[in-house]
Design a protein around this ligand. Structure first.
Ligand SMILES: [Zn+2]
Length: 337
């Protein structure tokens, strides 16, 4: 791997450092989804190195390079049949999570969408599932006479055909969504960490959002202390690291704080504060005690098992109307820019 890095996808700064370099062999060893044939199939050497960068301006962590389109095609071509792929995406653990996300979006929409005396919405509610794959969860709303319009964004044409058969309109990208269509509820389940320009994607979503639109998002959680642990595992030559530290698939490594920062930049604020957030900035003489307190809180959160399984950070965000700067002091503010 060259020790060069792209600039920061969050703030655009070139002041970035390489935190760690992960060997291809470690990536393959660390995930059950790769086998020994992966090197040949992907055209990589066991000793090829893939860098993880950190921005010195905003602390955002990201893959040093973006894999080529050819590499990604090979990476995501699992060779499974449609039936097998649907079964994998709809496995109980994943389906439970997808329905939970959908439930949270609907609960938040229930508070925001205009309804009549019976609680029925006055118009059809538009849901956008970005990176929807086989529509596990959202497809449940695409039924005759249900008061929803469900739209998916899915890059695979075979998967889009499957969705069309099931009654769900899907497009290959956000740019293909017909002009004028605005969504009330948006789902980004395990999507943002995979894209090279997450801020650009979120800004495009904002343009497709209705006033008061509600957005559910979840990404792997690389909270400071967890990231430090993984980086030290990599440096000590550990052959097996958490499988979400994978710079082939994951191009961004969010902490709760950097997720909030990016969402705010894109024009969304968090609907509910979370104990996993970080309002603490270590930029003064009080920095160290604050850091210690923050660390203690993280330990407590971890031992109290407050983290979702699989180290995920997630939340409901709401579209900011007007000038985002007006929201700098919302009660759930997280960061300072
Ligand atoms: Zn940055």
């Amino acid at each position: 791997m060259s020790q060069q890095s792209r600039s920061c996808p969050l703030c655009g700064s070139d002041r970035v450092s390489i935190l760690a370099s992960v060997r291809a062999e470690v990536i393959v060893h660390s995930s059950q989804y790769y086998d020994e044939g992966a090197y040949e199939r992907l055209g990589v050497d066991k000793d090829s190195q893939f860098g993880i960068s950190k921005c010195n301006e905003c602390d955002f962590v990201f893959s040093a390079q973006v894999p080529s389109a050819e590499f990604l095609d090979k990476l995501y071509d699992g060779g499974s049949s449609l039936e097998e792929s649907v079964a994998i995406f709809a496995r109980p653990a994943r389906a439970a999570y997808a329905f939970k996300c959908l439930s949270l979006v609907l609960s938040e929409l229930a508070k925001r969408v205009a309804v009549d005396a019976r609680g029925v919405s006055e118009r059809r509610i538009r849901i956008l599932d970005v990176g929807c794959a086989f529509g596990v969860g959202s497809l449940g709303l695409a039924r005759k006479y249900y008061p929803y319009e469900v739209t998916g964004i899915e890059i695979s044409s075979a998967t889009r055909s499957y969705l069309a058969d099931q009654g769900m309109q899907a497009y290959a990208s956000l740019e293909d969504v017909p002009e004028g269509l605005c969504f009330d509820g948006i789902i980004l389940n395990d999507v943002l960490e995979h894209v090279a320009d997450p801020l650009g994607l979120l800004q495009a979503i904002k343009r497709l959002s209705a006033e008061q639109a509600v957005l559910w998002i979840n990404v792997p959680n690389f909270i400071d202390w967890r990231l430090e642990q993984i980086v030290s595992q990599i440096s000590s030559g550990d052959m097996c690291v958490p499988k979400d530290m994978n710079p082939w698939e994951h191009l961004s490594y969010f902490s709760p704080r950097t997720l909030n920062l990016m969402m705010k930049r894109a024009g969304f604020y968090r609907a509910k504060p979370s104990v996993r957030e970080y309002p603490v900035i270590c930029d003064s003489v009080f920095g160290m005690p604050r850091k210690v307190l923050r660390y203690a809180r993280d330990l407590w959160v971890n031992y109290a098992r407050s983290f979702d399984s699989g180290h995920v950070t997630s939340g409901i965000f709401v579209r900011i109307s007007g000038d985002p700067r007006d929201y700098a002091v919302r009660p759930n503010h997280i960061d300072s820019e």
